[in-house]
Design a binder for this molecule. Sequence first.
Ligand SMILES: *[C@@H]1O[C@H](CO)[C@@H](O)[C@H](O)[C@H]1NC(C)=O
Ligand SMILES: *[C@@H]1O[C@H](CO)[C@@H](O)[C@H](O)[C@H]1NC(C)=O
Length: 207
Amino acid sequence: MSTVRLLLLGLMATFSVAVKCRDNYKYNVYLLFDSSYNTSRTDWNRMKAFTSKLISTVDVGPNKGHIGLGQFSQDLEPIFDLSVYISKTTILQEITGLRQLAPQRATGQALATVRQLGYLTNSLHGSQADAATVLVLFLGGPSDNQTLAIREATHLRKEGVQIFVVTYPVNLPEAAAIAGSAARVILLTPLGIIDNLLLTLLNLLCT
Ligand SMILES: *[C@@H]1O[C@H](CO)[C@@H](O)[C@H](O)[C@H]1NC(C)=O
Ligand SMILES: *[C@@H]1O[C@H](CO)[C@@H](O)[C@H](O)[C@H]1NC(C)=O
């Protein structure tokens, strides 16, 4: 396909996604960041760039998107709840301010805490009823205990949480098991194609 054609398709996709999400789409999205030191600085910055672009594209507000943010290494560190009152500017500042924490990548424990404390499902944490409830997990590499990570992800999915994993090709098997399907894994490769990945994710979120 020619570049122009790809570009046109991209623009059309952006438009239809935006319209669909804007008009009648209500969602709870929790962004969970792997802040392990074991992720290279380049990969880490790529994950942050992707998240910032994602936030710039979605609508945040009452009866629209409620966005929450947390990060983990050894433990989960919640940054903000699925609150409707947090502005996009604040969200972007918080993402920019994220720092890598420690060597561990305790994904399973972080997922267990998200579920047990109801960060995605409890209205006290800003969860909207009758809304699609989505966890977007950014994984820089393999979890310390993949068995535990997959088991905890399965529990979350059973509670109605849809899981998408944004990661690197080497980590595809674990990511697919966490997401429940390879179709819900977004592979981060060179920066140039972040826009396409974003469209993929938005299409999945908004249909
Ligand atoms: C970090 O990654 C290296 C290999 O790149 C590995 O040897 C080491 O065990 C990892 N450390 C932790 C805490 O995961
Ligand atoms: C991984 O987690 C499972 C389930 O909690 C546990 O049984 C197992 O001992 C853990 N493995 C390691 C290497 O810690």
